[in-house]
Write a protein that binds this ligand. Structure first.
Ligand SMILES: [Zn+2]
Ligand SMILES: [Zn+2]
Length: 179
């Protein structure tokens, strides 16, 4: 069974936000073979208990008043309908600080994956300079320490790069998150 389409998070298996599981979904009650393992903002504890189909069709949002991405994560000019689509019907991703969902060409990018420096150099080489600028100007780290931070990026623990791709110009872009 192929997963539902998420325009703003096209491959949540690659990113690790959806994992193979025989758990029952707490929303539809079915075992669908896949469970969402990213953050859930809701009154109930719904960690590791929703299937991607109930996220995609909005049922998990309406049933539990749940969202999956912080509504503060977006650029100021992002249309409300787009923020709703991402926060209410798109899998989020685990971060250390509150998440950011940056924009390119006037709309939020599609989330691709968390990445370490090896993956950045292998698949998203064009991003390396931008990540270095982020470390220097946004994180306020400079000189040798900035280089060291860049070299220590890892997919599974801090510091991590989060990779997005623009849905219009296809440019990969993103930011660095640390504990
Ligand atoms: Zn479900
Ligand atoms: Zn763009």
């Amino acid at each position: 069974m192929s997963l539902p389409q998420f325009p703003f998070h096209p491959d949540p298996v690659r990113s690790g936000s959806v994992v193979a599981s025989d758990k029952k979904c707490r929303c539809c009650g079915q075992k669908r073979g896949w469970i969402y393992s990213g953050p859930v903002y809701a009154e109930k504890d719904l960690d590791d208990s929703l299937c991607p189909w109930c996220i995609a069709d909005g049922k998990a949002h309406t049933t539990f008043d749940a969202t999956f991405v912080d509504s503060e994560a977006f650029a100021a000019d992002t249309p409300t309908a787009t923020i709703d689509e991402v926060t209410q019907r798109t899998p989020g991703f685990a971060t250390f600080q509150s998440e950011r969902w940056p924009s390119c060409c006037g709309e939020p990018g599609a989330f691709v994956t968390p990445a370490g420096i090896a993956e950045i150099r292998q698949h998203f080489r064009a991003m390396e300079g931008e990540l270095m600028s982020f470390i220097v100007y946004e994180l306020g780290v400079s000189g040798g320490a900035a280089n060291k931070l860049l070299e220590s990026l890892q997919r599974d623990r801090s510091p991590t790069a989060f990779v997005f791709q623009c849905r219009k110009c296809a440019r990969p872009f993103g930011y660095v998150d640390t504990v």
